[in-house]
Write a protein of this length. Sequence first.
Length: 275
Amino acid sequence: MLDFLAARAVPATEQISGATYRRSMRVNSPGGSVLCGTASISDEPRRQALRVELSGSLAGAEQSAAERIAPMFDVDRDPSAVAAVLGELVGVDLGLRLPGTVDPFEIAVRAILGQQVTVAAARTIATRFVTAFGPELPQPHDERGLTHLFPTPDTIACLEIRQLGELGIIRARGEAIIALARAFSSNGLRLEAGAAVAPTLAALIAIRGIGPWTAHYIAMRALGWTDAFPPGDVVVLKAMGTRSPAAAAALARRWQPWRSYAVLHLWRRSSVRAT
């Protein structure tokens, strides 16, 4: 999980140091107000648990923060149930979890920014996006470098295409991001764990510039959908030994309802071989 997050981390909002993941986040307080701060999540293997430390600015919203963080790390999954279906594909990575998110809008935007570019390039453009449009964390800044929150849908919905273009975001992706933000702001699009998959995929694909691959990836991480299989993923096709998306989809039926985990295993294997 840390390897996956580290490769994609946007420095202003995320950091990985050793066995600890740190990020900025917004949390709804019991009174209904929105609190801003940082969270540090680290592994405690002896307790088979994650340790979460929150900044003082999130005091009083501990339960809400935990409810956002738990699905990000897929803590409720039973790895043995996944392994029983995936079989030899699991190999030594029995405990591989599905990376979720504390901010579904963030994942959706970053999925669009990452279309047809490398992970490193997507990270660079996402960093520009955050520092240009994301609010700074309340003073004093986090002493270890986290400085910004990810922009809200309302902020992005009000932007003009040229403002995104000035960051190097091509017009088609800029239009898709603004359309996505407006769909969020109008409450016409709800991305949250447990949401119905089929209508969510349809709503995403209805946005010009979001295709099936991007929609599946967003559903995988924002909804925690366990059965996503991004069509035509080049790395997956290569790992499965075929050039045909249809053939790959047919072969992948044996992994249902855990195809998201199969994709993660194939991505990880390819990454390990590459390094």
